[in-house]
Design a protein around this ligand. Structure first.
Ligand SMILES: [Zn+2]
Ligand SMILES: [Zn+2]
Length: 360
């Protein structure tokens, strides 16, 4: 592995020496000062799927392949990697100021792949502004937050993805519906009615298949998570990791270990196995009594996925907005303006009072 994320290797413009930044929606680095552009070399090899058991058993928790400069947020616990000349040193999640002197070198399992940002910050701001303008009864301060350029950051969020072969043997029951005519009491006396019944028969068998890309968020903070609503990326656009894609963005280091991520992925594999078993049993309904689920040839990747986010305080409360950096999907929490609702209510009462007066 040759990639390193140490600040010595910062990317500067061959033309004017200014810092180069990744240009979203492209495979280029761009100089904001002189317009110089540099292509990010595309590796021919496909990204590595790392063999899971090797990492879990042999190298275990200390399976680090590279070191990274990290700032740990004392407030929310997020680990952030920032490029050397990054202007803002506030935590992207909670706006807590981060102190550059607190930079620590830490090991990490190098990302195998990432989905590069497709939307630039201008586009993200437009989506964000649109969303804010579309919500009702928002305090004016919220609209100001949407205009604040420091309030919106592009962040690469860490995920684990797992692939494996799944084999499961099961025992259960297949239920087939049938109908019986029964006499039921109604207002007009006894009437025949069709009643649905289930005939159960024993079922057992095996199912197997390949489970592709179970995605587990590897970022655990004390407060919150990327909302499910925007957490869908087209993983077909995963690109071999190159630290040049990180230039100009913040990167978070996983806080959920590979072992814990694997544990969570098994729950998802189990859910998949159960749906396969139900299909295999067939019939109208199924009961699963026992299922023995085995995963083999497990591999994993550490991947980075793009999100824009903003957080701000309003009357002692924290609110958050998220935009998927690939698809533009948006989600957020919002305050309501007491006064806007109050005055609207007052206005409606006044209108009705006037109507009542004129009606007399
Ligand atoms: Zn330049
Ligand atoms: Zn924080």
């Amino acid at each position: 592995m040759e990639e390193t994320l140490n600040s010595e290797l910062n990317k500067s413009c061959a033309n004017c020496g200014a810092e180069l930044k990744f240009k979203p929606g492209s495979h280029q680095l761009n100089c904001a000062y002189c317009g110089y552009e540099e292509f990010i070399e595309q590796t021919k090899r496909s990204f590595e799927e790392l063999e899971l058991q090797h990492y879990l058993k042999v190298v275990g928790e200390n399976a680090y392949t590279e070191t990274i400069d990290l700032l740990n947020c004392k407030n929310c616990g997020a680990n952030q990697h920032v490029e050397e000349n990054y202007k803002s040193l506030d935590c992207v999640y909670c706006r807590e100021p981060l102190i550059r002197e607190d930079i620590e070198k830490e090991g990490w399992i190098l990302p195998g792949a990432l989905v590069p940002f497709q939307l630039d910050i201008k586009k993200a701001k437009a989506i964000f502004k649109n969303w804010v303008n579309g919500i009702w009864f928002a305090p004016n301060k919220l609209k100001r937050a949407a205009l604040d350029p420091e309030g919106l950051h592009g962040l690469y969020v860490p995920y684990w993805t797992f692939d494996s072969n799944l084999d499961a043997s099961y025992q259960g029951q297949r239920g087939d519906y049938y109908y019986e005519t029964q006499m039921v009491k109604t207002k007009n006396g006894m009437r025949p009615r069709q009643v649905q019944k289930t005939r159960w028969s024993p079922a057992s068998g095996t199912v197997s298949g390949f489970v592709d890309d179970i995605l587990i968020n590897a970022s655990e903070k004390k407060r919150r998570d990327i909302p499910k609503k925007i957490a869908f990326w087209n993983l077909k656009e995963l690109t071999v990791f190159n630290s040049k894609y990180l230039a100009g963005f913040v990167t978070e280091k996983y806080t959920i270990s590979l072992k814990e991520g694997h544990h969570r992925s098994f729950q998802e594999a189990k859910r998949i196995a159960y749906s396969w078993i139900r299909r295999d049993i067939g019939g109208d309904t199924q009961r699963i009594g026992h299922a023995d689920i085995k995963l083999s040839d497990e591999t994993f990747k550490h991947v980075l996925l793009p999100v824009y986010l903003s957080s701000y305080m309003y009357k002692g409360e924290e609110y958050h907005f998220y935009i998927n950096g690939q698809t533009g999907a948006v989600s957020g929490t919002r305050p309501y303006s007491f006064w806007k609702i109050f005055f609207l209510a007052l206005f409606i009462i006044a209108v009705f009072a006037l109507i009542a007066i004129f009606a007399q």
